[in-house]
Design a protein. Structure first.
Length: 358
């Protein structure tokens, strides 16, 4: 009797734990089970063209730099935007007869002084002043959030992390990308801002959701006061991943299957002559067939919603970096030989004077 009563109590406790985890979008550890593909038919099918999104139209700043602004973000105290690869003075990743590009990353192929010049051009485009200090990070696909201050803009070696938050006016927070998803957040009431670098590893570690939590703790931010923008990154049309990525997401999110699609090749030759592409390999072991694609943009939008933001407060700027490699730097499209873009956000420097007066 005692053992059956104890078993019932354990089962009740496990159900209560599962209910709490389910409400948070989590699932209990399945380490005792081998990682496996979801059941056949569980994932929706699509083609590359069905998932492809249009590229946004960049705006030209007074200094000639073409960059992307967030639609509807007309807050007078806020600086924000996303760079493209267009314009700038770098020649490391373009043809000899092409105009310069706006590489903003200190890569091995580019000169540091040229990158500094490009960063000043972006700062001028975003704030009107090329001397506006930029705060950057040594990104490593983590969920580490850094609370930035003016001293971070003068560091010889940036701090490590993949997220930045601040309420200090006059700083421009930056996140570097070349396929990963940049996410910007602004608190309209507290006038605090954040920037997050969300590749698949950072997304699985809930960097955006955890970053909103840090804003709530550090600034007293309320979800209903927050607005967010998801910038250009690799789209579900192009982001083919392995099944180990699916397993990672399934271990963390109960909606994981909604983030993945089986994408079929729309090659007209293959459609017309399917027998030419048959192989003798066992099902699931041939390179021919559907590939597994992840929608990182939707994954981070869901985290923003789970953090309490309303759907209308989240703007998706759009544009797949691999599809539109003429507009954006793309690590995959260039097979690793590529520059970096930046997502930037900051509190207008004029807020310093107003806060002193108050």
């Amino acid at each position: 009797m005692r053992s059956s009563s104890s078993a019932r109590l354990s089962a009740q406790r496990l159900r209560a734990i599962d209910d709490c985890l389910r409400k948070a979008g989590l699932s209990r550890s399945i380490r005792s089970k081998p990682a496996s593909r979801v059941s056949e038919g569980h994932l929706d099918h699509a083609t590359h063209e069905e998932l492809r999104s249009a590229a946004p139209a960049p705006r030209r700043a007074p200094n000639g730099i073409r960059w992307l602004q967030v639609p509807g973000w007309d807050l007078p105290w806020l600086w924000s935007g996303f760079s493209t690869r267009l314009d700038g003075v770098s020649r490391a990743y373009c043809a000899e007869d092409a105009p310069g590009e706006l590489n903003l990353g200190f890569t091995d192929a580019d000169d540091r002084q040229i990158v500094f010049r490009n960063r000043r051009l972006l700062a001028e485009a975003a704030t009107g002043n090329e001397q506006t200090p930029l705060v950057a990070l040594r990104q490593f696909h983590s969920n580490l959030i850094v609370h930035a201050s003016a001293t971070d803009a003068t560091r010889e070696r940036p701090r490590k992390g993949d997220g930045l938050i601040t309420e200090e006016p006059g700083l421009l927070l930056t996140i570097q990308t070349a396929d990963c998803i940049p996410v910007l957040v602004a608190d309209r009431r507290r006038r605090a801002v954040a920037a997050f670098h969300a590749g698949w590893r950072g997304t699985v570690k809930r960097i955006v959701e955890g970053g909103i939590g840090r804003m709530r703790f550090a600034f007293g931010s309320r979800p209903e006061d927050l607005v967010a923008a998801i910038g250009p990154g690799i789209g579900a049309c192009c982001y083919a991943v392995g099944e180990e990525v699916l397993s990672e997401f399934e271990s963390q999110f109960n909606y994981a299957s909604q983030l993945f699609r089986e994408v079929y090749d729309a090659d007209p030759v293959r459609k017309k002559y399917p027998m030419l592409f048959l192989t003798q390999r066992a099902p699931g072991h041939s390179s021919i067939g559907p590939s597994l694609h992840l929608n990182l943009i939707e994954a981070n939008r869901r985290q923003l919603l789970d953090a309490g933001l309303s759907p209308k407060s989240v703007q998706i700027v759009g544009g797949c970096t691999q599809c539109h490699s003429d507009l954006f730097f793309s690590h995959r499209a260039s097979r690793g030989h590529t520059g970096r873009m930046m997502a930037v956000i900051g509190v207008h420097a004029a807020q310093k004077a107003s806060r002193r007066r108050s």
